[in-house]
Write a protein that binds this ligand. Structure first.
Ligand code: ATP
Ligand code: LTN
Length: 329
């Protein structure tokens, strides 16, 4: 059993990234004792939108440290940086030669991002799912833990794996997605109908894992709610409160039903105060560990070991793929 996932170092890591992705990696690391786990920093993906050189370099290292600070164990996980394994770009190109243009144009994330950007749209923003498919198929992953927003890209990965297998004979494992029960789609605290995202311009709606905790607690306290006073889950009519319940449930591990019962006679203020305190309990130890790790030798060593293992598997896959395609002397 192999598990693969990654996050783009395209900005500061958010509570959405933690609950939708990182927390699931830790859970699976504990549950699937036999699984081989590959977690990477998707730095090439970050180039799909403009990046500032120094900021990108800082984000790459910061994300690596945050993975370990959140509980990924050095000897259980192969942690590596995508760009250090050239096979990602190599298989990415093969996947671009497998996918059809309309399949890429149909991707919701692409449509959303071009609507916001208008000018200077890079070709890699369109071809991004081909590289993501390569990231997964290179390692013959069985399971890919991701948030809801990546569901469509995973479906496309499955389609491409099947298409390649049908044309060239069995080559790739067709992977399955793994989505959290709650917290798969954390919304902005100021606009609870929009996804909480690292590249969002308005930072008021986003909780960043490494921000001073009091700042984050205040963001919870001033989160947008509705004029009703009752606490219950209704995504359509009460998106703000439903988002807070989602966050609470994902942080605590209790079900939405249990929370609705617990807070049936409480005010919004009480819910927010409890959630702010819960956030502090979860995030503070991660931050403490992060600052111990960020400049350590341990971090560099972990990335070196991860690179070696990933490199071995990835180069075997790419050799096999070239052979199947007839790209040989
Ligand atoms: P960007 O804003 O740069 O597109 P992002 O914050 O959406 O980035 P990604 O790097 O695209 O983050 O995603 C990393 C992982 O975090 C993915 O598995 C994704 O599904 C998950 N994720 C991102 N945002 C959320 C969210 N709001 N709720 C739950 N999971 C999320
Ligand atoms: N596209 C993902 C990040 C990502 C990824 C992957 C996730 C790139 N390659 C492979 C899982 C498996 C995103 O979250 N934006």
């Amino acid at each position: 059993m192999r598990l693969v996932s990654g996050i783009q170092p395209s900005g500061n890591i958010t509570l959405g990234n933690y609950l939708g992705a990182i927390k699931q990696y830790i859970k699976l690391q504990e549950e699937l004792k036999e699984a081989e786990i590959f977690i990477f920093i998707a730095d090439l993906h970050a180039l799909t939108v403009p990046q500032e050189r120094q900021a990108l370099q800082k984000s790459i290292k910061s994300l690596a440290a945050l993975y370990l600070a959140s509980g990924l164990e050095r000897d259980r996980v192969n942690l590596f940086i995508q760009s250090e394994i050239p096979a990602h770009s190599q298989l990415g190109y093969i996947m671009e030669s497998t996918v059809y243009v309309p399949e890429l144009q149909r991707m919701t994330q692409y449509k959303d991002k071009i609507a916001k950007q208008k000018e200077g749209i890079k070709a890699s923003l369109l071809t991004y799912p081909a590289l993501m498919a390569a990231d997964i198929l290179l390692y013959n992953a069985d399971l890919v833990p991701i948030g809801d927003d990546q569901k469509q890209h995973l479906e496309l990965t499955r389609t491409l794996a099947e298409r390649f297998n049908n044309t060239y004979g069995n080559t790739f494992v067709v992977p399955k997605g793994y989505f959290p029960k709650t917290g798969a789609r954390i919304m902005s605290l100021t606009e609870p109908t929009k996804k909480m995202s690292k590249s969002e311009e308005n930072p008021k709606g986003t909780i960043y894992l490494l921000d001073p905790i009091n700042q984050s607690k205040n963001k919870i306290r001033s989160a947008v709610t509705d004029s009703d006073t009752k606490i219950y889950y209704d995504k359509k009519n009460k998106p703000g409160i439903s988002n807070l319940l989602d966050i609470y449930s994902a942080l605590k591990g209790s079900s939405i039903k249990e929370l609705e019962k617990q807070y049936q006679n409480s005010s919004y203020r009480e819910l927010k105060e409890d959630l702010a305190n819960l956030l502090e309990v979860v995030i503070t130890p991660i931050q403490e560990k992060y600052f111990q790790i960020i400049n350590s030798k341990e971090l560099t060593e972990t990335l070196n070991i991860g690179k070696e293992r990933a490199s071995l598997i990835a180069s075997r896959t790419i050799a096999k793929v070239y052979r199947k395609l007839g790209i040989l002397r």
